[in-house]
Every structure is written in structure tokens, then in C-alpha cells.
Design a protein around this ligand. Structure first.
Ligand SMILES: Cc1ncc(COP(=O)(O)O)c(C=O)c1O
Length: 377
């Protein structure tokens, strides 16, 4: 059995050892409910406040504007559905893009079923939304624009600051899903002019099942849950303190030069594939993209057999395609970037780099991939 090589960090990441320590220390030492007034509760409240401060600082926001959630999906749902419902008196129109994560897309589709009008913006061949297209679809009754910061399938970086500037004079609130950008790109919510921003911990070597939504004070958001007064009523429920402490630790381990490190992996990976004579095309472009993600199509191959054979070789990668009733449905992201009958849709594989990798593994992965491709040809 070959040593497994994990190249699927955009799906999830291994927890950092120090994060595991932070989670278990909290579980062992601090079990009080942060809402309790006795010393057990006060101790938990102090730890919770500390974490909220670290997370707020990480996006240059104020502590009171950070709302803990069960992860990116919940934060996206709260941002999209919660903002739409709370602002219905101002309009009925929402703008998002065709390449959003399903946590945004399916939330938008739900809004359509209850009478909202949703525009799904097209993207170019690189998966990028054009700011002028946002402008041309803005209406007086637009109440929300949701465009992700970094695409999870091809890594495309969207022009968030430019969209923020465009919306500055408009009533529409601006939400960005920053799940794949957080920890890699600098994020300053004031500079980006975003009103709402989604983060998930398990993409940054933190625990699964925790994340947060940043929401600036002027945005009204209708909660999905009803219960206690936690998270200033926007997200009731006893806070998952050990997971939150794990997320805080993951953030405290952020490195400034991470993007450079992954760029070096990406360059090495592609160079090795080239040296080994592997024929591939890059989906999207490398300039305006997260260096942690590279999406390649292998001419004449199909996704299912590629993934199966990579797995047999110990390579963990993924595709954006969904397997529905035994047939493979093309990725909605690549379908938005290319023509429907484009060959690249059938053989696209996403490789994503992270903590579980080193240079040796990247070289070895390229070698095994080259073997698979020549075997399948
Ligand atoms: C861009 C993006 N948004 C949202 C999510 C959902 O986050 P979570 O898994 O924490 O619910 C993901 C995770 O796949 C993602 O990549």
C-alpha cells in the first residue's frame, strides 16, 4: 500500500495538532455554559469573548459583529435568507453568481420559491464575475448581492472590493462567502466594503462544525432559529466553546507567507506533470486565483475513472461533479465557465494543497498521476 497523499484541502483540512490541544483543553477544563452567571459560566464567557476578539481582529471587524455558527453553510444561509427576509420591505431582488457554493445557490433558489426574484450572474472563461455585469443587473429593488471571494472549485478570485465600491451608494447589502479565502488572502471588511462575510473553520485546519458570520451593525438579518438570546438573538443556542477555541487557535496559527508556499507547490506540481509529459489543461487561470487550488482537465479521460484510479494510487483529489442517480452531472462552476459540450467538463479534477503536504509528496503525486494517465490512455 502506497503512502496516501492528500490533495483535497479545499474539501476539508486536517486539524493542526495545536488546534486539537486547544479543543481538548477546553473540553477538559471549561465546561460551563457561557450564559450562566456563576464562576463556571463566567470562565467560559471569558474564553468565548477572547475567541470572538481574535476572530474579529482577523478580518479587522468589531467583536460584536461576529456571530458564531455551525460552519460556512449556516453562515451563508443566515446571510442570504436572513437578510432577504428581514429587508423584504425594501425590495424583492437578489443578485448572486452562477459559481457560488451550493450553500448560497440553494439558499437563493429557496428564496425564489417564496417569491424573490434572483439574478444569477454569468462568469467569464476564468470563472470571474465582471463588475460591469453586476452594475447592469442592479435595480432599485435589489436588496442583496452575494458573490464569493474565492471559488472552491477553480480558485478564481472575484473582484470583491470593486463590487463593494459599486454598491457603496446603493441600498443593497453585500455578502461574500470567504470560506476559501480566509487565511490565504488578507481580509479587511471595511476596505472590501462588505456588509456580511462567511468563514468556516475546517478549511483552515480548525474543527468541523464551526464558523462565523460577520454582519455589520446596520444590516438587519432575520434569524432562522429561535431560542435563547445567544449571539444577540441572531443565532440562539449554547455556543460550541471547544470548537470555537479550536477555530481561534487555527487563526492564531495563520502564516503571512502561506500563499507563497502554496504557489510553490502549485508550480512544482505543474512543472513535474509537464516534465512527465502529462497532457492537461488548466481550468481557469493561475494569475487571478488561489494558489491552493488547481483544477485540471485531462484530455479524453473521464472523471469517474480518474478519481477511482487516483484513489487506488493513494492520491486524494476531487471533482466538482455530482453523482446523481448513477450518472455524473458536470460541475455547475465549469458549466458556467465553458460551453455545455466542452470536453473539459468530463475530465476535470481539483487538486488542493495545504498543511498535509510537503515538496516530496507533490513530486510523488505528479509521478503517480502520470502513471495513471498513461495507463488509462
Ligand atoms: C466556498 C464555500 N462555502 C461554503 C462552504 C460550506 O462550509 P461548511 O462545510 O463549513 O458548511 C464550503 C465548504 O465546502 C465552501 O468551500
Amino acid at each position: 500500500m502506497k503512502e496516501p497523499i492528500y490533495l483535497d484541502h479545499a474539501a476539508t483540512t486536517p486539524m493542526h495538532e495545536e488546534v486539537i490541544d486547544a479543543v481538548s483543553t477546553c473540553m477538559r477544563e471549561t465546561f460551563g455554559n457561557p450564559s450562566s452567571i456563576h464562576q463556571y459560566g463566567r470562565q467560559s464567557r471569558r474564553l468565548l469573548d477572547e475567541a470572538r476578539r481574535t476572530l474579529a481582529n482577523s478580518i479587522h471587524a468589531k467583536e460584536k459583529d461576529v456571530y458564531f455558527t455551525s460552519g460556512g453553510t449556516e453562515a451563508d444561509n443566515l446571510a442570504v435568507i436572513g437578510t432577504a427576509l428581514a429587508n423584504r420591505d425594501k425590495g424583492n431582488h437578489i443578485i448572486t453568481s452562477k459559481v457560488e457554493h451550493h450553500a448560497v445557490l440553494h439558499a437563493a433558489e429557496y428564496l425564489e420559491t417564496i417569491g424573490f426574484d434572483v439574478t444569477y450572474l454569468p462568469v467569464d472563461e476564468n470563472g470571474i464575475v465582471d463588475v460591469s455585469t453586476v452594475a447592469s443587473h442592479l435595480r432599485d429593488d435589489t436588496i442583496l448581492v452575494s458573490v464569493m471571494m474565492v471559488n472552491n472549485e477553480v480558485g478564481a478570485i472575484q473582484p470583491i472590493r470593486e463590487i463593494g465600491q459599486l454598491l457603496n451608494e446603493h441600498q443593497a447589502y453585500f455578502h461574500t462567502d470567504a470560506v476559501q479565502a480566509y487565511g490565504l488572502l488578507p481580509i479587511d471588511v471595511t476596505d472590501l466594503m462588505v456588509d456580511l462575510l462567511t468563514v468556516s473553520a475546517h478549511k483552515i485546519n480548525g474543527p468541523k462544525g464551526v464558523g462565523f458570520l460577520y454582519s455589520q451593525p446596520a444590516v438587519s438579518v432575520q434569524p432562522h432559529l429561535f431560542g435563547g438570546s445567544q449571539e444577540r438573538l441572531k443565532r440562539p443556542g449554547t455556543e460550541a466553546l471547544p470548537l470555537i477555541k479550536g477555530m481561534e487557535k487555527a487563526v492564531s496559527l495563520f502564516k503571512n507567507d502561506l500563499a507563497k508556499e502554496y504557489e510553490a507547490y502549485r508550480t512544482l506540481f505543474l512543472d513535474q506533470l509537464n516534465t512527465l509529459g502529462v497532457k492537461y489543461s488548466i481550468n481557469g487561470n493561475l494569475e487571478n486565483a488561489s494558489p491552493a487550488i488547481v483544477n485540471l482537465s485531462f484530455d479524453g479521460m473521464n472523471v469517474e475513472s480518474l478519481l477511482m484510479n487516483f484513489d487506488l494510487e493513494g492520491i486524494a483529489a476531487s471533482s466538482g461533479s455530482a453523482c446523481t442517480a448513477g450518472s455524473i452531472e458536470s460541475s455547475h462552476v465549469l458549466s458556467a465557465m465553458y460551453e455545455q459540450n466542452d470536453e473539459r467538463l468530463n475530465s476535470a479534477i481539483r487538486f488542493s494543497f495545504g498543511l498535509a503536504n510537503n515538496e516530496g509528496q507533490i513530486k510523488e503525486a505528479a509521478k503517480r498521476i502520470a502513471n495513471v494517465i498513461s495507463r488509462l490512455q
